[in-house]
Ligand binder design. Structure first.
Ligand code: ADP
Length: 163
């Protein structure tokens, strides 16, 4: 059984994340979406809030399991019996950082492979930071995140727009 991990901060989960996880689930028998604690990024949502939103996003896809993790991803690979890390590649901006991460993980564990997937062109400029910036200013984020995520983001910013 080929298992892949899809790690991320998911602060919050967007249609871009979902696009990548669904593509991965068609290639691997099982995909574990791993919500990383990542305190260095000072996430807007707590780990349990992020976990809940990611679980909701994949609730109808049995091939995608959702877990949280606070350690090294190469150790997480072992815990789930996986050898593959899935990462999404957007425009050029992701490339350098993702290359560094992939080689670092391979140096830490020689069997760790990183597989990069490209999202639908609609999502190549979408990231969680943009979603938060738009929402903070009271803008419409309905085309970037699922409805329940949109409501939670607006609530965080005390926005009244909660369709
Ligand atoms: P991290 O802090 O690990 O970068 P993110 O939640 O920002 O966590 O992203 C997790 C993964 O999802 C990364 O590989 C990132 O490139 C990918 N990703 C996020 N948004 C998109 C998107 N719109 N299209 C493709 N991949 C994406």
């Amino acid at each position: 059984m080929k298992i892949a991990l899809y790690p991320g901060t998911f602060d919050p989960i967007t249609f871009g994340h979902i696009d990548i996880a669904v593509r991965a689930s068609k290639i691997f028998h099982k995909v574990v979406a791993v919500v990383a604690e990542n305190p260095g990024k000072k996430p807007l949502f707590s780990i349990s809030e992020r976990l809940e939103m990611v679980k909701e996003a994949f609730s109808e896809i049995p091939e995608i399991q959702v877990e949280s993790y606070s350690g090294l991803m190469v150790n997480c690979l072992n815990d789930f019996g996986a050898t593959v890390l899935i990462r999404g590649l957007r425009a050029l901006s992701d490339f350098d950082y993702e290359f560094q991460m992939a080689f670092t993980n391979r140096n830490l564990r020689s069997t760790a492979e990183t597989v990069f997937l490209m999202p639908s062109s609609r999502y190549i400029y979408l990231n969680s930071t943009i979603v938060k910036q738009i929402a903070k200013l009271g803008g419409d984020i309905s085309s970037f995140v699922p409805k329940y995520v949109m409501q939670k983001v607006h609530k965080k910013f005390n926005n009244e727009i909660c369709n």
